[in-house]
Write a protein that binds this ligand. Structure first.
Ligand code: HEC
Ligand code: HEC
Length: 258
């Protein structure tokens, strides 16, 4: 670690600090990282915090053994106690989206033919950068057409910024076309909101959007983005949703014309 901090790692964003901080300070910061993050596993490195939109994560305790891969997901139900069965149900409904590397005993087929399922064999529903064409499952599936982002006519700089941010952060659940009818979105419960549906969007104001994106919706997989996106970036995402998916009920604040 001292070597990495001192000289950096080539071909990565990790630069060397040899000319910036003394070797004593490098040793101190490495000690700190090892003690706080690796040995003590300090709270400030955990994800499920109030700030990230998980006010009472302990309520999901029954699902922890599945998230932590302590119990295999395909353990026969009769070998699980009632609480473990409940934990597995919670996990499959609310956690598997992100914790998609659960442990299974039998790799078997890629997934069960049920609407609620989980990927196996390190399967990814997304097109990997290395692969030239969509993987065989998404391209052959009804989800594929929701993997296309709408083409914007003369987008402003802000809408373009919002598009990049949305496609990077939100499309995973809400689908590139905003419908939430992509593979992940289709089995999340509750479903990610369809941002193109007039029924859903009729009363969607820019203020409501801003608040939801900033603070998340507790109890759902819609987490708080305020630690990831700053106010200007959230405005850009709002401008993009307004332009690409459905016009908002009230004019978005801070949206620029070009
Ligand atoms: C929006 C994505 C997301 C969802 C949904 C999610 N998690 Fe996590 N979870 C994470 C991330 C990110 C980490 C940190 C991973 C790491 O440190 O390797 C994490 C870590 C954990 C940990 C390790 C200890 C900790 O608190 O950091 C447990 C246990 C856990 N999650 C349980 C759950 C359960 C149970 C659910 C469903 C109720 C759930 N998670 C849903 C993203 C998510
Ligand atoms: C891990 C999955 C996930 C990600 C990533 C995600 N969302 Fe959501 N989102 C959801 C779910 C699930 C709901 C629906 C919750 C409900 O119906 O109670 C939701 C709801 C919403 C709503 C509707 C709120 C309302 O009050 O009707 C908006 C708007 C929204 N998300 C925008 C975004 C934006 C913008 C991003 C990216 C910055 C994002 N979401 C990222 C899962 C996600």
């Amino acid at each position: 670690m001292i070597n990495a901090v001192t000289y950096g790692r080539s071909d990565t964003a990790m630069l060397g600090f040899v000319n910036t901080i003394s070797s004593e300070d490098i040793a101190l910061v490495v000690d700190f990282v090892r003690r706080e993050f690796m040995q003590n596993k300090a709270r400030n490195t955990t994800y499920h915090t109030v700030e990230n939109g998980w006010p009472d994560h302990q309520q999901y305790a029954l699902a922890f053994p599945f998230a932590l891969e302590e119990i295999a997901l395909d353990t026969p139900s009769e070998q699980l106690g009632a609480q473990q069965r409940t934990g597995r149900r919670i996990f499959m409904q609310s956690c598997v989206t992100c914790h998609d590397r659960g442990r299974v005993n039998d790799e078997g087929v890629i997934w069960d033919p049920r609407p609620v399922s989980y990927p196996r064999n390190q399967y990814s529903h997304r097109q990997t950068e290395a692969a030239a064409s969509p993987d065989s499952i998404s391209s052959a599936s009804p989800y594929a057409r929701h993997e296309q982002a709408p083409v914007l006519q003369n987008p402003t700089m802000q809408e373009k910024e919002g598009e990049a941010l949305f496609q990077k952060n939100c499309a995973f659940c809400h689908a590139p076309d905003g419908t939430g009818k992509n593979w992940i979105g289709s089995f999340l419960e509750p479903h990610p909101r369809n941002l193109t549906d007039p029924e859903n969007m009729r009363e969607m104001t820019a203020e409501r959007l801003r608040q939801v994106i900033r603070d998340g919706l507790p109890g759902t997989t819609m987490s708080a983005w305020k630690g990831v996106l700053d106010a200007g970036q959230i405005t850009a995402v709002i401008a993009y949703i307004n332009q690409a998916f459905h016009p908002l009920a009230s004019a978005p604040d801070g949206v620029t014309a070009d």
